[in-house]
Design a protein around this ligand. Structure first.
Ligand code: ATP
Length: 235
């Protein structure tokens, strides 16, 4: 689904992503872990086409998307849930959701996608006409994920979806991601500070430090191997 080779992204002299290589199988959930400033957000922004790579290659389902702008990567089945969600608070919940499928021509398909998101996140279904500003933090994150799902992605990139949320809400969001993978074969790249909850649903975990991949292992190994956990995850 995703093959990244020697990807480098710079901001002036800062190598935010430094020769990163990743291979993600279809339907896999990969947790991308690491401290603040490790380059996690930049990695997702580069893959989705919001930031231009300096060098390296990003292949998605056999197509080179390295320099493809975000409005085209979304049409190829890639969706990003940015850090903080990026919900537009002045718009209603329904309007925010419709933004995710704006480019899709088929009205019936858009309506079907809206119904599916409402089934996935019942709190959104009962608040469709309300301004997004009235939602709680957890509901806003559901809205951000729901909006990304409106484009029917095959590859979903999530940037710290659990940030600032209560453990119960985080667990619910993780459960939804796991269910989606089971029902639709969705492939997920999950950036998290909360390593424990991300690894609880991931197949593989990788740790970034100063833009580089310093460790990659099956999620189960990362959770159970005390030496690895202490060295790379700090718990
Ligand atoms: P966080 O968890 O805090 O979001 P992160 O792992 O996502 O951290 P990035 O936000 O990708 O890391 O930042 C990687 C490096 O790039 C940091 O040194 C950061 O200061 C720098 N950086 C990020 N965005 C910019 C920007 N727009 N301009 C200049 N430098 C940036």
């Amino acid at each position: 689904m995703l093959e990244i080779e020697e990807l480098t992204t710079t901001y002036g002299p800062v190598r935010a992503v430094d020769r990163v290589s990743i291979s993600v199988e279809p339907g896999a959930i990969t947790a991308v872990l690491g401290a603040n400033g490790a380059g996690k957000s930049t990695l997702l922004r580069t893959i989705s086409g919001l930031v231009r790579a300096r060098s390296g290659r990003i292949m998605m389902s056999g197509t080179d998307i390295t320099r493809m702008p975000a409005e085209l990567t979304v049409r190829r089945g890639l969706a990003l849930v940015p850090e903080g969600g990026g919900v537009i608070t002045e718009l209603t919940v329904a309007e925010n959701l419709r933004l995710g499928a704006l480019w899709r021509g088929d009205r019936a398909d858009r309506a079907r996608a809206l119904r599916e998101v409402c089934e996935l996140f019942p709190p959104l279904a009962s608040r469709l006409a309300r301004p997004a500003s009235t939602l709680s933090g957890g509901e806003r994150q559901m809205l951000a994920i729901g909006r990304a799902l409106m484009s029917r992605p095959r590859l979903l990139l999530l940037d710290e979806p659990s940030l600032g949320l209560a453990p119960m809400i985080t667990a619910r969001i993780m459960q939804v991601l796991r269910d989606l993978r089971a029902s639709t074969g969705l492939t997920v790249l999950l950036v998290e500070q909360n390593a424990r909850s991300a690894l609880s649903i991931a197949d593989t975990g990788m740790v970034l430090a100063l833009g580089q991949v310093v460790m990659a292992a099956p999620a189960g190994t990362l959770l159970t191997d005390e030496t690895l956990r202490h060295a790379y995850l700090g718990f």
